[in-house]
Ligand binder design. Structure first.
Ligand code: MF3
Ligand code: CO
Length: 290
């Protein structure tokens, strides 16, 4: 770490003196590191200007998902959802972050029933009454990234599927109860995992949340089966997603070998996911995208 004088300009880009800005913050982090806690490097701590730019990206992500929410229903193909997401995102002068990301061919992920995540939109996939579908949108606005997803129930769905969708949504609030400045990230995942288990469900282990903002996926990796008392300290200025995938049956998953993307439950039972993007603030948190 760079050794800054107390009267030097702070590393965070605020333009004010270190002693009046992040000096106490660094002392706190250093003592936590001394106690064996994982601390975020400075490059994960967003500056006020970066936060403002990420917030603008997130507003678009919310608007795109709101558009999907207004138009989705039985008879719609996932290809049409992809087109909506592309058209709405570019209307706001942004780019869908999934498009061409590591070779991903579409603008959005649409994951139906037993598809856990990364379902690829297709003209051959028609939403039908009784389906539950996750629509996962991510926006790149001038190099600033946002990411969130929601579940949609198509027409009347079974009470079992409805409960899975509702419990998964509630798990975000359970996770958020552990989101506080200077708390440990593992507490978030531990709370979500125990809530899912109490309700008879299992949580996907291999895929989790992530830091986000200057890149689509940044450190830290966010596990939703983490142990409490572990993980990175949630320092103010950190931004990450909470996006648990909760399965009705076993936690095991398989990735489609042909398309390289579509992740399904191994046992074929339904899976649900909700995703929010959270900023840690000095006195709490702000949900940037949902
Ligand atoms: N939006 C997903 C996430 O929540 C990532 C999708 S990667 C893609 O992290 F390439 F499939 F879009
Ligand atoms: Co994400």
């Amino acid at each position: 770490m760079l050794k800054l004088g107390r009267n030097d300009t702070c590393w965070c880009g605020s333009g004010i003196k270190y002693k009046n800005c992040h000096e106490n913050f660094d002392h706190k982090l250093n003592s936590m590191r001394g106690a064996g806690i994982t601390i975020p490097p400075h490059n994960l701590i967003k500056t006020p200007a970066q936060i403002e730019a990420i917030r603008e990206s997130a507003k678009i992500n919310i608007a795109v998902l709101d558009y999907v929410a207004e138009h989705i229903g039985a008879g719609i193909t996932t290809e049409e959802i992809d087109r909506w997401v592309y058209e709405q995102t570019v209307k706001y002068h942004a780019i869908p972050a999934p498009l061409n990301f590591k070779g991903y061919p579409k603008s959005v992920c649409t994951s139906i029933n037993e598809v856990v995540c990364h379902g690829i939109p297709s003209p051959n996939v028609v939403l039908k009454e009784g389906d539950i579908v996750n629509v996962d949108c991510s926006t790149n606005l001038n190099g600033y990234f946002s990411d969130s997803s929601r579940m949609f129930c198509i027409g009347e769905v079974s009470s079992e599927k409805k409960r899975l969708v509702d419990i998964t949504e509630q798990s975000l609030q359970v996770g958020l109860s552990q989101v506080k400045p200077w708390g440990l990230l593992g507490n978030v995942g531990a709370a979500i995992n125990s809530f899912a288990k109490q309700n008879g469900y299992s949580v996907v282990r291999e895929i989790g949340g992530h830091g986000i903002g200057l890149e689509f996926h940044e450190e830290p990796w966010v596990s939703f089966v983490a142990k409490s008392g572990t993980g990175m300290v949630m320092a103010p200025g950190l931004i990450f997603t909470i996006e648990p995938m909760i399965n009705m049956g076993s936690c095991h998953i398989r990735t489609n070998r042909k398309d390289g993307w579509t992740v399904r439950t191994a046992d074929g039972n339904p899976s649900a996911q909700w995703e929010i993007q959270v900023l840690i603030t000095r006195d709490g948190y702000e949900i940037l995208s949902y």
